[in-house]
Design a binder for this molecule. Structure first.
Ligand SMILES: Nc1ncnc2c1ncn2[C@@H]1O[C@H](COP(=O)(O)OP(=O)(O)OP(=O)(O)O)[C@@H](O)[C@H]1O
Ligand SMILES: [Mg+2]
Length: 217
């Protein structure tokens, strides 16, 4: 597409900050007009009917707008899919940091729900930011495994790793938001996240999200 991701985000933000507020204001104005004319309603039933309709239209408009904003901000995944978005992510990361990056895909090729894709993309981005800041790594591998019932993401680097003790402290720290934020997002799609020293060294973030029986959160 010719519209860049940045532009999409800007448009989505604009719609959210301004147009959504306008719909809200229209609904509010119509409701208050309806209330202030309550006494005269018997002589102006059609006006009352029109105002009720304006209120309903404003609600419907706001709803349609929210759908549009959602679609717009997920267009990245809808258009090219999660895999393409991850490729783009690691390419940009490699160019900026010089750290070797790779994406390893296993399992089946099947459509991934937009909300799951969004979470996996966010975890990948945040994990790479951590690799850049903390790991002193020379390489990082993103592994994406699509199973029949679960989708799994692993981010493994070959850096200094982090000690379990330190990570336990971090779990209670009010200063670190990265891992905690990731865990929250993952749990909203009924998934789990584990982070810590990798089995063969380095640092590893592991996410597992069920593909079926997800309740909307
Ligand atoms: N790839 C990694 N290699 C080594 N240590 C890591 C790695 N990723 C995370 N850590 C350790 O885990 C800690 C917690 O990470 P987290 O992302 O939650 O916080 P942060 O990066 O320090 O701060 P921020 O809130 O800005 O993300 C880090 O401070 C770091 O010590
Ligand atoms: Mg971080």
């Amino acid at each position: 597409s010719s519209v860049s991701e940045d532009e999409r985000r800007r448009i989505a933000r604009e719609l959210h900050d301004h147009v959504e507020q306008t719909f809200f204001a229209i609904g509010l104005t119509a409701t208050s007009a309806l209330q202030s004319t309550e006494d005269e309603l018997e002589i102006a039933p059609r006006l009352a009917q029109a105002l009720t309709q304006v209120t309903q239209l404003a609600t419907a408009g706001a709803e349609q707008l929210r759908t549009a904003i959602f679609t717009l901000s997920h267009a990245e995944f809808a258009e090219a899919g999660l895999v393409a978005a991850l490729r783009q992510l690691i390419m940009t990361f490699h160019t900026r940091t010089g750290i070797e990056t790779d994406l390893v895909l296993t399992g089946h090729e099947r459509p991934i729900p937009a909300d799951v894709a969004e979470v996996l993309h966010a975890v990948s981005r945040e994990s790479l930011a951590n690799v850049e800041r903390h790991a002193h790594a020379g390489a990082v591998v993103l592994g994406l495994h699509t199973g029949a019932r679960f989708i799994k993401l692993t981010v493994q680097d070959d850096g200094t790793g982090g000690s379990r003790l330190m990570l336990e402290h971090i779990a209670h720290s009010s200063m670190r938001f990265g891992l905690r934020g990731m865990r929250d997002r993952v749990s909203r799609v009924r998934g789990t996240l584990v982070a810590g020293p990798g089995p063969d060294g380095g640092f590893q973030v592991r996410v597992r999200i069920p593909l079926h029986a997800r309740a909307a959160a």
